[in-house]
Structures are given as C-alpha cells and as structure tokens.
Design a binder for this molecule. Structure first.
Ligand code: GLN
Length: 293
C-alpha cells in the first residue's frame, strides 16, 4: 500500500508539474470543497491526506490546467465584481480587466434614477449582472448571438436573482429600444494573434474578430447611434494596442467626447463616446468623463 499523499505533497507535485502556485491552491481547495479564497486553510492543513481517488482527481485537474484549460472551467465558477458566476467552456472566462469597463459604466449610470443598459456579447452575463447588482433600478438587457452563452447568462441571472433580460441577437440587430448606456467586451483579437493557441479552450467566436481584431467593434459602432438615447454612452473593451483605432471608429460613427481608460495593469483597455443630438439629453446621464488619452 502506497503512503497516503498529504496536501503539502500534492501541492509540491503540482508545482513540479509546472502549475502556478495560485492555480495549484485553487484546484486543491475546489477538490476538497473548500472556498477558493481559503488558502490559509491549506497551509494549516498541509499534513491532511488525500484519498487515492482525490489524488487521482487532483492529478487530472493539474494535467488539464497545464493543457491551458482555464481554472474557471475546471472549478465551474469565477468571481467577477464580487459576484459568484458559474462558467464553462460555452463562454469566455471573465477577466479582472473587464472590471475597468464596469467601473466606468457605474460612474456614468445614475445612482437611483431609471436608466436603460445593454451589454452586447454578454457571455456568462458578467458585465450585465455586475451592473444590475449595483443599479437595481436599471433595466439591463444582456445580448448574445450564442444560444449556449445566453443559457449560461440566464442561469447566472436566475441564481443571483437579478432581473436581467436576455436577448439573442447579433449585436444590436434584433434588439428593440434605445439605451442610455451600451457596453460591450466584444471579441477583439486578431485572427492570427500568436496568443490564440493559449486561449484554445475558450469559444473562438468570443475572442477573435477578423484580420485586425476590429470587425465586431466596427459593427457595434455602426449600429449603436440609433440605439442610443440622446446623451447615451457607448463603452467598449479592446486590446492594449487598439485604443487609437477604436477612438477613430467611434468618432467616425458620430460619437462625441471620445476617450479611453486604462486597466489596473496600465493598458489602454476601454474606449467610450457619447451620443448627442438636438433632443434634450437624459439629465441623469453625466456629459463628462474624467479619463483622457
Ligand atoms: N482580454 C482577453 C484576452 O486577451 C480577450 C477578451 C476578448 O476578446 N474580448 O485574453
């Protein structure tokens, strides 16, 4: 009979296989049914032992992680803006970078007055649900072309009891109504980007968008004006080197006050602009942004 495997041994093994320490910890906590943030518990229990079945499962999880499967797909969940989302290979793994977009959106949305928000390419529903959780009075529409993705978003909305409305559409094509804010984290990676193999487990249609990565952003910018209320904002996430191109696209679509914003890593990660016409603006929507580039 082999020696029982301690948690310390399992973690050492995972590190020797090449896993990041945080991934090794989260996968072990997940396997043991512990909260994923409870890394101190692992240290305090590092002489606990795994059953043979748990050890086999842990090695299998580590092998999948080394094959670039996102940790969120292995654990089935991801925390985003304080919400516990269920995620799987039907949707993009929500990134912390995208919280930048949520924070910007929240600065623009009124604290209590009614407002209409659309999240295009919602995937797991991360952005739409984060906004709805912070702005209970907002009417939030979550849009995705993928029925699979919408099923994930809908299940998250239901579980979190957030009244987001889910609509299947190619961007705004089949979405009725106008919005005070349209947000999107669309696919924006170039088809031939060398990072694509590392992202091979995530839905390709959520990641790449044509030769320069900007096809979907061009479509959204072209569709947005007729769906924006006077004074409404369009905010987009994009790649670290796309801010100037996206600014030009938004200006070309007639948006004003176009500015970009950096993420926590200092990358120009989001660009937005405001739609104005002769009609009176929604007084609840601010006409400024503190971010400049
Ligand atoms: N930021 C993601 C990445 O580079 C891509 C997300 C997207 O295409 N919207 O991995």
């Amino acid at each position: 009979m082999a020696e029982p495997v301690t948690l310390a041994h399992a973690l050492r093994h995972a590190r020797q296989m090449g896993l990041e320490r945080i991934d090794a910890h989260i996968l072990l906590l997940h396997l043991l049914g512990r909260p994923h943030h409870d890394r101190a518990w692992l240290l305090a229990h590092d002489q606990d032992t795994l059953t043979a079945a748990q050890w086999a499962q842990y090695q299998a999880l580590c092998a999948q992680r080394l094959d670039a499967v996102p940790v969120a797909y292995l654990t089935g969940c991801k925390e985003f803006f304080g919400l516990h989302l269920q995620v799987d290979a039907r949707v993009l793994d929500p990134r912390p970078d995208t919280e930048t977009l949520v924070e910007w959106a929240l600065e623009l949305l009124p604290a209590a007055a009614p407002c209409r928000v659309a999240d295009l390419g919602t995937g797991s529903g991360a952005i739409a649900l984060a906004l709805q959780s912070q702005r209970p009075q907002a009417a939030v529409t979550a849009v995705d072309f993928s029925a699979d993705a919408l099923a994930v978003a809908r299940a998250n909305a239901q579980r979190l009891q957030l009244p987001v409305q889910c609509v299947q559409s190619s961007w705004l094509a089949g979405v009725p109504g106008v919005f005070d804010l349209i947000v999107s984290n669309p696919p924006y990676i170039r088809e031939d980007d060398p990072h694509m193999p590392a992202l091979r487990h995530e839905p390709r249609q959520a990641l790449t968008s044509g030769r320069d990565g900007l096809d979907d952003i061009r479509t959204i910018a072209a569709q947005a004006p007729v769906h924006l209320a006077a004074g409404g904002w369009l905010l987009l996430e994009h790649g670290w080197d796309q801010a100037e191109a996206v600014q030009a696209i938004l200006r070309g679509a007639g948006l004003q006050g176009v500015v970009s914003r950096q993420d926590l890593a200092g990358q120009w990660r989001c660009t937005g602009g405001q739609w104005r016409d002769a009609a009176a603006c929604n007084p609840a929507m601010p006409t400024y942004s503190r971010t400049v580039k």
